[in-house]
Design a protein around this ligand. Sequence first.
Ligand SMILES: NC(=O)c1ccc[n+]([C@@H]2O[C@H](COP(=O)([O-])OP(=O)(O)OC[C@H]3O[C@@H](n4cnc5c(N)ncnc54)[C@H](OP(=O)(O)O)[C@@H]3O)[C@@H](O)[C@H]2O)c1
Length: 176
Amino acid sequence: MKTIVYVGTSLDGFIARDDGDIGWLGQYESQEVFRGFAEFMDTIDAVVMGRRTFEKVLAYPSWPYRKKVFVLSRTMTQIPENLRSKAAVVSMLPGELLTYLASQGFSNVYVDGGKVIQSFLREDRIDRLIVTRIPLVIGRGIPLFGGLDHDLRFAHLKTEVFANGLVQSRYERIRD
Ligand SMILES: NC(=O)c1ccc[n+]([C@@H]2O[C@H](COP(=O)([O-])OP(=O)(O)OC[C@H]3O[C@@H](n4cnc5c(N)ncnc54)[C@H](OP(=O)(O)O)[C@@H]3O)[C@@H](O)[C@H]2O)c1
């Protein structure tokens, strides 16, 4: 089982404004960024996201995922009817969820949403980080990273520079 984070952040490390706005990210999108994300999506077989990220996705003009989506929530009981074949709601700790997904045959899981990524990192359940940094400082917002009980060492795999000054870096968790 591999878990991968693929996010865009401001230069100061935020994934969205306090109110969840990500419009500032969209201004920097380009064909190569779209292509890179599409290639990444081909490598995974399930998406795990937080309820707040899911609610944001619901506002998109159409459902963007071809892979099965698992929405983590302790408050949401149902997925909208039109999406029930594409998404499911789950309430488990990161380790429990990964054991469940492995039992269902999934092996490469994309983990998305600030709180969710932070809870997976706290349990040391993230194997790969792909972070695209946008050259914009927004001052405050929802952070990518949060508190940890101990340091997590990652190896740098690759950094690419895209149009509009986007810098994408890939890291792999080193476990002794
Ligand atoms: N820049 C990027 O690449 C990027 C990527 C992803 C998301 N975003 C943005 O980030 C924002 C959302 O991030 P966020 O940090 O606010 O929220 P989030 O991580 O998407 O969702 C948090 C919610 O997930 C649920 N949750 C988390 N861990 C859980 C667990 N172990 N078991 C059960 N439920 C759990 C809880 O829902 P309940 O309260 O229902 O219990 C919690 O309130 C959105 O604006 C989204 O658009 C940006």
